[in-house]
Design a protein around this ligand. Structure first.
Ligand SMILES: [Zn+2]
Length: 574
């Protein structure tokens, strides 16, 4: 490949919307271009990286018995109606109508369409297990597409669906994919961790996320060095803690106290000199249209994902002030005592409190000395808070650490969620009809490319892991006008290419400085510099992008030298 023959439009001025390194460097190095918000074109070098990731993914899928197919991007709305997700998916779904006014969508995911395929083609247990996958564009109309390929509206995904006759079979398929995913991210040269995860809109019980560790990651992860526990803070289980009250007030009975105009936990806490861990926040939520009261300790945060899971509801909103007033309640002074007609849901720590401050449902008053369950009822109790750093590990009790990651893959055990909704049944060994046990497994291909950059870059540009680098090596003749240098470069280019090494010859009529800068920006793992010394004593400088080491190598040995560098770098990425 010659630099003069390939479109690599490197950029100097970056658009201000490019906030994170991967977005900036992909634009700067001429690998992607923005078409509209969250929609990008992959230019030749960028596409090479995508293809390399896809190749690794295909190899690992095939190794576990996956069969590749290609499902359509455009999907009919009626199968989504059938599964009950046409409305659930909400505004993230790109919907469109055809000329006959029939509803379609651009597939945000493919559970429905693949289940419909399987229900018409699979009828016997003998046809399973079945692992079907595709690499396909997906569409999600994100409210705020940002961070380049990290949160885009069109993205490339590998999705595999497993079909088994029983739960054991599904678990086996899950194990296979878990192993395949671990291999994929290792082979891509990425540092990753696997965490327990929330299955969100996809549904199902067991789920793990594969996270590439990076400071810019959107996901917060807690992990334990002792036992290896790791979880997304969205769902990490919290151990309830008990804090006994030992302040100036008596603990015997509840008492009405005046708190004029003081509505927030902070204000009331300061005024009464009672720390927030002895106060209860009473929040009113609308869950699928029902108004409920949710209680949590004053120093804690409600985790709405846990709340939504606990209530098993689709819509969950913090009730606006008008709704609160319509219940004859006073905004800022709502409390669980004398709260008639509302279901009271509490975080598990609430009932462990021995002295609490709550709103009195009376303007400018709070109760102090309240004891949950003695002074008010709790209808349901769950773990509803978000875990914090330095808390105890739910598995072994050691102290947890926090880090950030980018979710690049997720695996789910779906069970019969979809096969029941879409009536995908098979006949078992005893001739009985049963629902197919399913699993689904996704990898964001374009996001994996962006994550690799988040994890591997410096101030000069990208440092690709060799297994997914667009090319292995760049040859830089310091002057393209020097015919002797160009001849040497050309010969070396031929020799390396014949050996199967992916090589770029930077034959542009640019200064050596520009070529060096672009080589670092694009992130070729190795560069070979042909300069005056090459003419004088037949040596070239070989540079390593990763550790910036340079070595003078004899010209007739450089081909072998580069080959062994690549081999050792590939090491266990194979
Ligand atoms: Zn632990």
């Amino acid at each position: 490949m010659r630099a003069t023959e390939i479109l690599i439009p490197t950029m100097k001025e970056l658009p201000s919307e490019a906030e994170i390194p991967s977005h900036q460097l992909l634009l700067k190095s001429g690998m992607i271009r923005r078409v509209a918000a969250g929609i990008y074109t992959y230019l030749p070098l960028g596409l090479r990286v995508i293809k390399k990731i896809e190749k690794i993914v295909r190899e690992e899928m095939d190794k576990e018995g996956g069969q590749e197919l290609l499902l359509p991007i455009i999907q009919p709305g009626d199968i989504w109606e059938e599964s009950g997700r046409w409305e659930v998916y909400g505004e993230e779904m790109f919907k469109l109508n055809d000329r006959h006014d029939r509803g379609f969508c651009l597939g945000p995911t493919h559970e429905e369409i693949v289940t419909v395929l399987v229900r018409s083609e699979i009828s016997s247990y003998k046809q399973m297990p079945l692992l079907l996958y595709q690499i396909q564009n997906k569409y999600r109309d994100e409210k705020r597409p940002r961070f380049g390929l990290m949160r885009s509206r069109e993205f490339i995904m590998k999705d595999l669906y497993s079909f088994d006759q029983d739960i054991e079979g599904m678990e086996e398929s899950y194990e296979k994919m878990y192993k395949a995913y671990s291999n994929i991210f290792r082979r891509c040269g990425l540092e990753y961790t696997v965490v327990d995860a929330d299955s969100g809109a996809i549904g199902g019980a067991v789920s793990h996320e594969f996270m590439v560790l990076a400071d810019t990651g959107e996901a917060e992860i807690v992990y334990c060095d002792e036992c290896g526990y790791a979880a997304n803070t969205e769902i990490a289980e919290c151990s309830p803690s008990v804090v006994e009250y030992s302040g100036k007030f008596h603990k015997s009975e509840k008492d009405l106290v005046s708190t004029p105009g003081l509505k927030s936990i902070e204000e009331v806490s300061e005024y009464l000199e009672i720390p927030p861990q002895h106060m209860i926040k009473s929040l009113l939520y609308e869950a699928d249209g029902e108004l409920i009261c949710v209680l949590i300790r004053g120093d804690r945060q409600i985790n709405e994902i846990k709340l939504q899971n606990a209530l098993d509801c689709v819509d969950l909103w913090l009730a606006p002030d008008e709704i609160i007033k319509r219940q004859n309640l006073i905004v800022g002074f709502v409390g669980p005592a004398n709260l008639k007609g509302l279901r009271i849901i509490a975080d598990r720590e609430v009932s462990l409190m021995d002295f609490a401050v709550v709103g009195a449902n009376k303007p400018d008053y709070h109760y102090i000395g309240v004891v949950p369950r003695r002074d008010f009822e709790i209808n349901e109790e769950y773990d509803l808070r978000t875990i914090e750093e330095d808390e105890a590990c739910p598995t072994c009790g050691s102290t947890l650490n926090k880090t950030r990651g980018i979710e690049v893959g997720q695996v789910f055990q779906l069970g019969t969620n979809y096969s029941e909704a879409l009536n995908a049944v098979f006949t078992d060994e005893n001739g009985k009809n049963q629902n197919i046990q399913m699993g689904c497994y996704g990898i964001g291909i374009s996001r994996t490319m962006a994550s690799a950059i988040e994890q591997n870059h410096d101030e000069n540009g990208i440092i690709w892991p060799i297994s997914i680098a667009p090319l292995h090596v760049v040859i830089i003749p310091v002057s393209s006008r020097d015919t002797e240098m160009m001849d040497i470069a050309e010969n070396l280019y031929q020799e390396l290419s014949e050996k199967g090494i992916e090589v770029m010859l930077d034959d542009r009529d640019e200064s050596a400085g520009v070529k060096f800068k672009d080589a670092d920006l694009i992130g070729y793992p190795f560069k070979i510099v042909i300069g005056k010394r090459t003419l004088k004593n037949k040596t070239v400088d070989v540079g390593n992008r990763k550790d910036s080491q340079e070595a003078a190598v004899e010209l007739d040995k450089v081909c072998h030298y580069i080959g062994s560098l690549i081999d050792s770098e590939m090491g266990d990425l194979k």
